[in-house]
Design a protein around this ligand. Structure first.
Ligand SMILES: [Zn+2]
Length: 496
């Protein structure tokens, strides 16, 4: 009996060695141990990043500068090198938080409109001061509609009130056609106040009541900055064209004549420029192909009453894991065929601004970027479950996770796949055709609240997710594995 068991044992060991060979390649079959991820270090990073010192890590704030310096310090200590493209570990970028100015003006004939009451500029309107004769152009959805309007101010009807999601797209189409046909300016006429409130006319000073209600329920004490963050990220979700002509929406009663009158449109915004920076460090392999591991380090700053949004789970947990995965790779340097690029993103809360800045000005070409693995809020909810957003779009990358996970024993879930779009910093990479997934423990009662604090983060869970990502990345960077281009999958928001 004993001997039989021994034989079985040997057989099992042999099997698992063969399995390891399949998983990690000849050379490293015996040497790959999943690394010891230091829970002590994870906790140390989270404690610092989610402390009073860093003040909620709002992009552009002194607290965020401190958090960035801390990450750079750890990168340097762990032997990461700057990517050639940038100076040091820093990739600076800027965003604009857009505000209405009181200089905006609309008049048609003798009628002077009042901003916010019966007219509003579009968020991405050109800034200009133009006068001209008005010209009716139907709904403005065909280029022919504008054929009499060149050099004039076109007036089109809004027919988008009940178009739901499509509304923004239709408005954008009108504006693009108007600009193409050479009009001086564009007035989109609507009959009701409701219709001038939409995703393209949203400013901190002019927020659709439905959004305002939702945001106030999430943040009982809204600061001006929170309003800026929310509006900037909401508008940022849309692909906005570059428009030079001034465009406004106006409420005009159907009875009023608007043809052939002299109109004046003036649009001038008050933009606030905010500086952000991604912190980027590299562990060099032998080839110029890379895997990107990302996690955003920015958060929401302070609320209207001065309370800090600590963001311990969102996303100090992800940054801490990123740092310790970097530490593990710095010890495995000699074995790497491909390189690993670590990016702590800024400006995620403002609408994936840091990730967008990176993909527009990347350290390595997109076609050399084999995969992007992102972490965002990984330390809460059930201790053994983690969602992998993007599982359906990159099933081959998900199945590599499943294989590596056999050693780790997490439950890998794809049941909130609908949250993939815009969910976090993986998304701009996906849009560029790079296989990209996001690890997240998803929403919880402290999400985006001042109560997202350190002691609630499950360090064991963070550590397991870090092990998983190390294992997956290790497999990718020590072999020639490639993944299919991600495919578009529509997953609707579940009905309640
Ligand atoms: Zn986050």
């Amino acid at each position: 009996m004993h001997r039989f068991i021994t034989k079985i044992r040997i057989f099992i060991i042999a099997l698992s060695l063969i399995y390891c060979n399949i998983l990690y390649g000849e050379e490293t079959a015996l040497s790959l141990q999943l690394p010891e991820i230091s829970k002590e270090n994870l906790l140390k990073h989270i404690k610092y990043l989610a402390s009073k010192e860093t003040d909620g890590r709002l992009m552009g704030s002194p607290g965020s500068q401190k958090a960035g310096k801390y990450i750079e310090g750890v990168f340097s200590e762990y032997g990461l090198v700057p990517a050639d493209k940038y100076s040091g570990y820093s990739q600076p970028f800027e965003i604009k938080a857009r505000h209405l100015s009181i200089d905006n003006h609309l008049s048609i004939g003798s009628k002077i409109f009042e901003q916010k009451w019966n007219f509003i500029p579009l968020y991405f309107s050109g800034e200009d001061d133009v006068s001209g004769v008005t010209c009716l152009a139907n709904y403005g959805l065909e280029i022919d509609d504008y054929k009499e309007c060149k050099g004039k101010i076109a007036v089109v009807l809004d027919d988008t009130a009940d178009k739901g999601e499509k509304k923004g797209e239709l408005i954008i189409k009108k504006i693009e056609l108007a600009q193409e046909s050479g009009v001086k300016g564009l007035i989109i006429v609507t009959k009701s106040v409701d219709a001038i409130y939409n995703n393209l006319t949203i400013f901190p000073e002019f927020i659709p009541p439905v959004y305002l209600k939702r945001w106030q329920s999430q943040h009982p004490s809204m600061s001006n900055t929170l309003l800026e963050i929310k509006t900037t990220s909401t508008v940022g979700r849309q692909k906005l064209p570059l428009i030079n002509i001034p465009v406004v929406m106006a409420i005009i009663d159907g009875e009023e004549s608007t043809e052939g009158l002299t109109a004046n449109i003036k649009v001038k915004f008050k933009d606030r420029t905010i500086k952000g920076r991604n912190i980027i460090g590299l562990i060099n392999g032998k080839s110029n192909e890379i895997v990107v591991i990302g996690a955003h380090y920015d958060h929401l700053g302070i609320d209207g009453e001065g309370n800090i949004f600590y963001g311990a789970d969102d996303n100090s947990s992800g940054v801490a894991a990123l740092l310790e995965i970097a530490s593990a790779f710095s010890k495995a340097k000699d074995k790497l065929k491909r390189s690993v690029l670590f990016i702590a993103f800024d400006g995620e809360e403002w609408g994936l601004q840091g990730a967008n800045a990176y993909v527009e000005n990347p350290a390595f070409p997109h076609n050399k970027t084999i995969a992007m693995l992102n972490m965002d809020t990984i330390g809460r909810n059930k201790s053994d479950e983690i969602y992998i957003l993007g599982s359906l779009r990159s099933p081959d990358l998900k199945s590599l996770n499943d294989r590596v996970n056999e050693k780790i024993g997490l439950k890998l879930l794809d049941t909130i796949e609908f949250a993939f779009d815009y969910g976090s910093d993986h998304y701009p990479f996906y849009e560029k055709g790079i296989p990209a997934i996001d690890y997240t423990s998803s929403y919880h009662e402290d999400f985006h609240k001042i109560t997202d604090t350190v002691e609630k983060v499950n360090i064991d869970k963070v550590s397991k997710v870090a092990e998983l990502i190390f294992g997956v990345t290790y497999k990718i960077v020590t072999t020639d594995i490639i993944f299919d281009k991600p495919k578009y999958v529509y997953v609707p928001f579940p009905k309640k």
